[in-house]
Design a protein around this ligand. Structure first.
Ligand code: HEC
Ligand code: HEC
Ligand code: HEC
Ligand code: HEC
Ligand code: HEC
Length: 344
């Protein structure tokens, strides 16, 4: 290595040490192809279809050439010309296809139909994350912590009411309990998973002391809106604004192991409880946001701003009727369908 004037020996050692021990960074972002890949038809699937299409096209070309050859033979025979008998494999294949034209036509149509259906299915799946659950470095369980032990969501996702993000808890939050909870036989591998928390926090469970050797836990994101969308938890969950239960958008989390994107069907089964309304669009799509903004009534008595607005509206029933067709005021009627509200 050439001398690096601006680096001390310790720094160079640190770099070499890092290079020797570096672990591949866990994937934190979710590409839509990964979501499609869940059913085992990711990019490998696309390649398969390209190959199949090439095969289909070759078959068609051979068939067409075969037909031409056949016609040429007919013409040649008629005119009493000699037929060339040394046929290449290509020609034999072409003839076979023409002779079995029923079979080849059916095969072609089947391929085209299934291929088309698959492509359409993929088209609809772009950006749809329903039922997506990424793997995680620690096999954490919501069912145990939020379900059986009944820990409040906001104990761990404590910024949901105050800010844009609900947040993922730091290892310190886990250590509030796991300094003492060192073992568990709740599930297979429970104790090893708790040991991973200790490793991340730099905690020696034998001596019960912190070593200082911390390494952050890199949780993979399940929910992931594109960068051009603005979504804020506080506007939706704070009791003074949306006052919407987590279940409306995340499903029955206390029954989950790891965090995941719920499905419309699961959430609709909870409709009627805790103010949850049924919706039809897949979660995290623009249609989903718009549908709820069109359905959900805003409780105008919750905040001072709306209370004042409501007071003024009540004194102008003609105006109230103009902005709302029924007796409820929806998010849409307050501007929740304006592009700029959700797009940067
Ligand atoms: C003891 C802490 C703790 C509690 C309590 C808890 N969670 Fe979590 N939650 C986590 C951790 C850690 C993750 C990241 C790992 C994972 O995805 O499971 C997470 C992930 C999530 C995710 C997925 C986030 C993403 O990646 O998109 C959602 C949604 C979620 N939690 C909702 C809830 C709800 C709703 C409750 C209450 C019913 C709750 N959580 C209670 C610790 C907690
Ligand atoms: C109106 C729907 C809605 C409600 C209600 C809601 N969330 Fe979310 N949540 C979302 C969306 C959308 C995302 C994805 C945000 C993104 O990618 O920017 C998300 C993401 C998350 C995440 C991943 C980390 C983050 O902040 O992006 C956690 C954890 C989470 N929500 C927990 C909760 C908890 C806990 C509650 C209840 C207190 C709750 N959510 C209520 C829609 C909702
Ligand atoms: C309020 C206390 C508390 C907090 C906070 C807490 N845990 Fe736990 N956790 C427990 C208890 C108690 C057990 C043992 C339950 C048993 O064995 O029945 C446990 C067990 C576990 C287990 C083993 C059981 C299983 O799921 O297989 C894991 C892994 C775990 N916790 C991960 C976490 C992580 C990660 C965090 C931080 C995001 C966390 N815990 C935060 C109390 C807590
Ligand atoms: C389950 C219903 C529901 C879903 C789903 C939902 N919202 Fe909302 N949203 C509301 C409610 C209710 C309010 C009104 C809060 C208030 O009182 O100010 C709101 C308000 C907003 C606002 C503030 C509007 C304003 O006039 O200031 C934005 C921005 C917003 N939502 C974005 C989104 C985005 C982006 C999504 C989809 C990722 C989404 N919402 C999904 C119910 C929902
Ligand atoms: C209530 C929130 C909300 C409003 C209002 C809204 N959008 Fe969107 N929009 C979204 C979300 C969320 C996505 C991301 C959808 C996804 O990832 O599948 C999106 C995606 C898009 C995209 C990218 C294409 C796509 O489907 O991913 C375009 C373009 C777009 N919106 C245009 C508009 C226009 C134009 C308006 C006004 C007429 C508008 N949006 C109003 C939430 C909203």
């Amino acid at each position: 290595m050439t001398a690096q004037g601006h680096l001390t020996n310790e720094e160079i050692d640190a770099i070499l040490d890092y290079a020797d021990n570096v672990k591949p960074v866990a994937k934190t972002a979710v590409a839509s192809s990964d979501v499609v890949g869940e059913d085992g038809q990711g990019e490998g699937g696309a390649l398969l279809w390209i190959i199949l299409l090439i095969v289909v096209f070759s078959v068609v070309i051979f068939a067409a050439r075969g037909v031409r050859k056949q016609l040429a033979y007919v013409v040649a025979e008629k005119e009493g010309e000699e037929i060339e008998l040394n046929k290449s494999i290509k020609e034999k294949l072409g003839e076979w296809i023409v002779r079995n034209w029923k079979f080849t036509t059916i095969a072609f149509v089947l391929l085209a139909v299934t291929g088309g259906a698959d492509l359409m299915k993929r088209g609809f799946q772009v950006g749809v994350y329903a039922d997506y659950k990424p793997s995680q470095p620690i096999n954490y369980s919501h069912k145990l912590h939020a379900g059986e032990m009944g820990i409040d969501c906001k104990y761990c996702h404590n910024s949901a009411e105050k800010s844009k993000h609900a947040g993922i808890p730091t290892v310190n939050v886990c250590m509030n309990c796991h300094e003492n909870v060192v073992e568990s036989d709740y599930r297979l591998g429970s104790t090893e998973n708790i040991a991973k928390i200790h490793a991340a926090a730099g905690y020696d469970s034998e001596t019960r002391k912190y070593t200082g050797n911390t390494s952050p836990i890199v949780w993979n994101k399940a929910h992931n809106l594109p960068d051009h969308v603005f979504f804020s938890h506080s506007q939706h969950v704070n009791t003074k604004t949306g006052n919407i239960d987590c279940k409306q958008c995340h499903g029955n989390v206390p029954t989950y192991g790891l965090g995941r994107v719920s499905t419309t069907e699961e959430i609709n089964q909870l409709a009627g409880t805790d103010g949850i309304i049924p919706l039809t669009k897949p979660l995290l799509t623009m249609g989903w946001c718009l549908e709820c903004h069109n359905e959900k009534a805003v409780d105008l008595t919750k905040s001072d701003y709306y209370k004042e607005l409501h007071g003024r509206l009540k004194s102008r029933p003609d105006f109230l009727r103009k902005i709302s067709e029924d007796d409820k005021i929806t998010v849409r009627e307050l501007g929740g369908w304006e592009c700029a509200k959700c797009h940067y």
